[in-house]
Design a protein around this ligand. Sequence first.
Ligand SMILES: Cc1cc2nc3c(=O)[nH]c(=O)nc-3n(C[C@H](O)[C@H](O)[C@H](O)COP(=O)(O)OP(=O)(O)OC[C@H]3O[C@@H](n4cnc5c(N)ncnc54)[C@H](O)[C@@H]3O)c2cc1C
Length: 559
Amino acid sequence: MKRKYDYIVVGGGSAGAILGDRLSADGKHSVLVLEAGRSDYPWDLFIQMPAALMYPAGNPLYDWRYKSDPEPHMHGRQIAHARGKVLGGSSSINGMIYQRGNPLDYERWGADPGMDTWDFAHCLPYFKRMENALDSPNDDMRGHDGPIKLTRGPATNPLFEAFFNAASEAGHMRTPDVNSYQQEGFGPFDRHIYKGQRLSTSHAYLRPAMHRENLDVETRAFVTKINFEGTRAKGLIFRKGKKEYIVEADEIILAGGAFNTPQLLQLSGVGEAEHLQSLGIDPVVDLPGVGENLQDHLEVYIQYSCPKPVSEMPSLNKAKMPFIGLQWILNKTGPVASSHFEGGGFIRSNDDVDYPNLMYHFLPLAVRYDGQKADTKHGFQVHVGPMYSDARGRLRIKSKDPNEHPSILFNYLSTEQDRREWVEAVRRTREIMKQPSMEPYNSGEISPGPNVQTDEEILDWVARDAETALHPSCTAKMGPESDPMAVVDPHTMKVHGLENVRVADASVMPYITNGNIHAPVLMLAEKAADLILGRKPLEPEYVDFYRHEKETKKETVEV
Ligand SMILES: Cc1cc2nc3c(=O)[nH]c(=O)nc-3n(C[C@H](O)[C@H](O)[C@H](O)COP(=O)(O)OP(=O)(O)OC[C@H]3O[C@@H](n4cnc5c(N)ncnc54)[C@H](O)[C@@H]3O)c2cc1C
């Protein structure tokens, strides 16, 4: 390690791994990536084997194990939040589902003051730069030679086809590719799984770059504070083992994710001045937006038992695991070569919304994310929940101690719109599941079960049972300096009021996107790399995409 670097990237996670590669690629800049977690060893089965995804979450060897404060609208439950603490970050422990989100998500970003360079036309070239959509070789809206190799579905279990057909029977559409012209509808999903293995950003970007002389990567290096001289960062402090190190940098780029980035800013004196002073921290910049605007996706598992022996439930049988595991070790094939998140869909739950507000993941097994199986021999489930809820939360440090987790509150279920969409989510699901195509496979709803019928019963069940879909974001949102709650400049990724500290991770989103958010974070990091290097951003691509035509209600006037 050197004493000083051109760029120090805090966090070697999903975005950080991309930045480490892109910023060092031309050999001109010295780059240090500091990652608090361990290495993502190529032989670590819990990372590389797709179906092992339930093991790292909750395990301190891989996971920061955050928890929300008691959520006031969820019977005071504290919601567990896994976050990858390993090279590759959450990209190394996530469900590997690849969703760009709806083009209208980015039109919404771009419509905010000062955000015009983040509309869909400006984001699309960066999605394409990172992707290699192997199952869409002729689609101009998809990328074909980027580092993130994507494989679709395959969603060949008969339950998928029955579910997709049932969705059509219930009045919803099919779509060939949710990441292309039309997101709305049902079909197989892309995953960052290649040749039967997880393809994290660490493996796609950082590891291939690690031989470069101008790139250093330190693991188990926990950054605790940025050192400032006025509003200019001189460098930072990190802990490794029992030792503390100081490194200097021309530029510091925060990529610790939606929880750690605002935490580190606040610990370093960047946040709401009054809050910082109350903890004995001298404010460097009074920036009230740091840690605010927190957004996430909450989801439920609606589970069914299946009378036919077609589900993937037997692959969860412990007695079979050694054989299934061996098959994967030898050939990278078999049931554990998939995360089982192979397909689903997007719908509009009511006529008021312009574009889908509910996402479905269909699984040909009935098992919670923590590995808890439903009490049935064969079964299946959907994961569903609102995608752009108007509930907003916040994150605040509780003390000067970087090891103490911050206070995090999401305010799930706190708004009228959110509650309404939750009721619709359960009702729309039940409509699909009672269609003729599902009939041979559906022998009854296990969860929530037939006793949950009224709006109140549904909301009560959601409050008791829902879990996070693990998409915390938006805690250091991009926006112009004139917006008092904006934290990051959309043209440079610099933190307002600071000279040389930038952010590029899930924190900078102004609004959460409609779908899993890993792909949008990678797109952000790709674009941020160009902005940080002062390169001309890729030219915007103006393309046509699907928009639902709203029916105009005819008013009858009685004379
Ligand atoms: C279990 C799980 C399943 C998920 N499934 C999906 C899915 O299937 N599809 C999808 O699209 N999204 C999924 N997500 C969400 C998605 O993976 C994340 O939103 C995304 O990866 C966040 O990227 P990031 O770069 O902002 O943060 P991260 O990838 O979390 O990276 C942050 C990195 O910074 C490091 N770090 C933090 N603080 C410090 C510090 N002080 N010093 C040094 N290093 C630090 C962390 O250890 C971590 O490596 C899932 C997330 C989880 C946790």
